[in-house]
Each structure stands twice: as C-alpha cells, then as structure tokens.
Design a protein around this ligand. Structure first.
Ligand SMILES: [Zn+2]
Length: 293
C-alpha cells in the first residue's frame, strides 16, 4: 500500500465511485482516479478496457488501510494549496535538501529546477500538482524522507486534484519533454539534464493533458516522451503508459510521441539513474510511437 501509483481492483467493500459496481473497475489508492469499465469518459483506457475518470474530493472512496494510515498524519487539510506550497518551499533549507536528496539517491541540485518544498510536520518533501490555465497549485503530494518500515511513503494532501509536476522553466525549442510517472522519476530524469514533467500517476487525465499542451506551447514540433515504470508481471505501468501515449497523441496531433521503458530488470528511471544510466542511454531508449493513419 506504499505505492500511490498502483491501481486497485474495486471490491464489495470498495465499489467503483463511478458506476457503483464491486467488480471489473479499478481505483487509485487515494480514490482520486478511477478506471471504470462501464461508464465512458472522453479518456479511454483501451488497454484496461475502460475509461479514466477524475473523482472530485467529496466522492472519493479509499481503502480502509489507506484511510487509517493517511488520517493521523494529515490533521489539517489545507484550502490554499499555493500558500501551503510557498510555506513548504521556504522551509526547504540546505540541511533538509541534503537529507531529501540522499533518501532518493539523487543530487540535491535537482530540487532547484522545481517548485518543491518541505513539510516539517510530516518530515516529507512537498511536490505540487499544477495546472497552467490559469496557473495554480491544485494539490500537493508528500514523500516522507525517512518512512518507518511498512508505513506509507507517499501522502496526498486531502482534497488534492491531480495535476502535473512542472519545472520552473519552459522547454527550449529542441527539448524533448519526458512525461514521467510521479515526482521521483521526474527528478531523476532532470538530473540527467532532460526536460521532465511529472504525471500524477501511471495514467493521465484531461486536465493534465491540457497542462502538458500549455507547457509545450510555442514549440513548433513538440516531442513528448511518455515514460512508464516496470512493475511486475501484469505490466500495469507499461500498459498505462501506452494508453497515455495514445491519449497525448490524439490531443497533440502535431507532436511526435515517443515511449520509453527502463530496461526490464530496472523498476523505474530513478533506479536506472542510480544504476548509472547516462543521458544518452535514456534518450536512445525512447522509441517513436507509430500512429495509425
Ligand atoms: Zn465502474
């Protein structure tokens, strides 16, 4: 239950928030995203035979285990994500940046590229979920610096909405934009000198696609690299990333879409960077997606 990106099958105790049924559909652990296999949306998840839905805060359902663990650590839900984020950015001093970087196995300098902060109460890095039109923080996700064994590593600020983690600067004209799964992969790709943005989960929703389009606005021939995790036999991360590549391709017909998976025995981009991957290794692994014409 420590991985917020893992999809959970709905059950009788945790039915689908969209169709209400106890089978087929899947939910994110925090209940903010659902792949419903009955109710259509504008965002098909063809590889799951369903459709992505963003669930408004009041309608979210999450498993007892997640709720029980998430509650005591998040007593006060913030209403103004932007103000909370600014507070966290100010609190991210040199000592905490060194600790946080060490916990990720990355360089502390990568934090400079993002509006990332630190929450002292949670002893956690604070990563914003952003939108661009209008520009705003619409959620915060925390990653504990020293989680106890078995405890949740990731905590979501209550009432957060899914958004992108964006670097402070816009892409240069020849940048490829690496759309990674989650903040730590985004930081790892950035450490290699790549232009990376972070998806909220293994999927993507319409708001994040709009945000990605706005971030890439001004590029004459944008190149988007959709990065997936390697997560076991069911290949959930890879299949979700294939779906993301298809959705982004449909939403950005002038963009060149690439797919990237780390080598099979490596879990994600962060593990790959720690194992010594170079910028060229990663660039060369990005395969252009052929569109059906
Ligand atoms: Zn459903």
């Amino acid at each position: 239950m420590s991985n917020p990106h893992r999809w959970l099958r709905v059950t009788r105790a945790l039915p689908c928030s969209v169709c209400g049924h106890p089978d087929w559909c899947m939910t994110s652990p925090f209940g903010d995203e659902v792949i419903c296999c009955r109710e259509e949306s504008k965002l098909p998840a063809p590889l799951f035979d369903g459709w992505f839905h963003s669930i408004p805060p009041r309608q979210r359902r999450m498993p007892q285990a997640v709720r029980a663990k998430a509650k005591p650590t998040t007593p006060h839900a913030v209403k103004d994500f932007g103000a909370e984020l600014r507070r966290c950015v100010e609190a991210f001093d040199a000592r905490q940046r060194m600790r946080a970087a060490a916990s990720l196995g990355l360089s502390h300098e990568v934090f400079d590229a993002f509006p990332v902060g630190f929450n002292e109460t949670l002893d956690a890095m604070a990563f914003p979920a952003l939108q661009l039109s209008p520009p705003a923080a619409i959620g915060i996700r925390y990653r504990k610096v020293a989680p106890k064994p078995g405890a949740l590593k990731w905590i979501c600020e209550p009432n957060s909405t899914a958004g992108l983690l964006l670097p402070k600067h816009r892409p240069d004209h020849d940048d490829m934009i690496f759309a990674c799964e989650g903040p730590s992969d985004t930081l790892a790709a950035t450490q290699l000198g790549l232009h990376a943005v972070g998806r909220w989960s293994c999927g993507i929703d319409a708001r994040q696609i709009d945000c990605l389009k706005a971030h890439a606005a001004g590029l004459s021939t944008p190149r988007i690299v959709v990065v997936g995790d390697n997560d076991g036999e069911r290949r959930t991360g890879a299949r979700a990333a294939d779906g993301v590549a298809q959705l982004v391709g449909e939403a950005m017909p002038h963009a060149t879409i690439h797919r990237l998976q780390p080598p099979p025995d490596i879990k994600d981009v962060r593990a790959w960077v720690i194992a010594g991957a170079s910028r060229e290794d990663v660039m060369n692994a990005a395969k252009e997606v052929r569109r059906a014409s």
